[in-house]
Design a protein around this ligand. Structure first.
Ligand SMILES: [Fe+2]
Length: 272
């Protein structure tokens, strides 16, 4: 992707959001927050790709994916007034349709178009899909890392603002003061991930966030999570008991291991 091909993409996203809510009134806070998330994820994707030493065309493609990954969210909010996939639609799939239909990618090579569309489609999948083009995979890994880094930011800002009261508004069944569900720790230790069904308290949610350290794909993402003090902040809001302390120490080790991974440019050979 050239600089001239990247340039219109953020402008298109802004125009799309304006078109969705109308030009006469300022956008609602929920849309502004999502637009800010989009901007941060694009910046994270660029930063991680640069630290991976990807060539400039690939860094631009990664940044473009950051701009486009959550386009489905804007349509979701316009149609349903919330961001809950289970009661509306899969925002990754819808985003793919919106971007494909907009004709925004017409000047890109077929491979670059596929990298963007595959990345949008699967950025929010529970795990990396088994069947995906080898050329799309590095970008999918990039967007998933860039997205998680910004979700850490959102959670940390919420914790520091008011103990993340927002979580109770999003998930009414959540107990902001409840203990850690031992089942959650067991599952994470056994499978490196856990089911949202076992998340009943804010502490559970923070444990789940910490467990994402297992899923980071690239060393620079782990470095950035270390630099931003993600685990220390999450730990500060967990109950000070031995089970929580032990778990967070395990996650610190996992994050340190992830940060020591070898840098890789595999799959970034194509031009365009
Ligand atoms: Fe998303």
């Amino acid at each position: 992707m050239t600089a001239d091909q990247l340039h219109p993409i953020p402008l298109w996203v802004d125009a799309y959001v304006t078109q969705i809510h109308g030009a006469d009134t300022p956008p609602p806070a929920a849309l502004t927050l999502k637009l800010n998330h989009t901007r941060q994820v694009a910046a994270n994707a660029r930063e991680i790709a640069q630290q991976l030493d990807w060539p400039a065309h690939a860094v631009r493609l990664g940044e473009a994916l950051g701009w486009l990954h959550d386009v489905g969210r804007f349509a979701q909010f316009a149609e349903f007034g919330h961001y809950h996939d289970a009661t509306s639609f899969n925002h990754g799939w819808r985003g793919t349709e919106i971007v494909a239909d907009a004709g925004l990618l017409a000047s890109l090579s077929a491979i670059s178009q596929a990298c963007l569309l595959d990345g949008i489609r699967h950025h929010n999948a529970k795990t990396l899909p088994a069947e995906i083009a080898a050329s799309s995979l590095p970008y999918l890994k990039l967007i998933r890392d860039a997205d998680k880094l910004d979700i850490f930011r959102v959670v940390i800002e919420g914790l520091e603002r008011d103990g993340f009261q927002e979580l109770a508004a999003m998930w009414p069944h959540i107990d902001l003061h409840g203990p850690i569900n031992p089942r959650l720790l067991q599952d994470i230790r056994a499978h490196q991930q856990a089911d949202l069904l076992h998340v009943r308290s804010l502490a559970d949610f923070l444990v789940l966030q910490a467990s994402w350290m297992h899923t980071l794909n690239y060393a620079p993402t782990a470095h950035l999570a270390q630099e931003r003090g993600v685990l220390d902040t999450l730990a500060a809001y967990l109950p000070g008991d031995p089970a929580a302390d032990n778990f967070m120490n395990e996650m610190r080790d996992v994050l340190a291991q992830q940060a020591r991974r070898t840098l890789s440019t595999a799959g970034i050979a194509h031009a365009g």
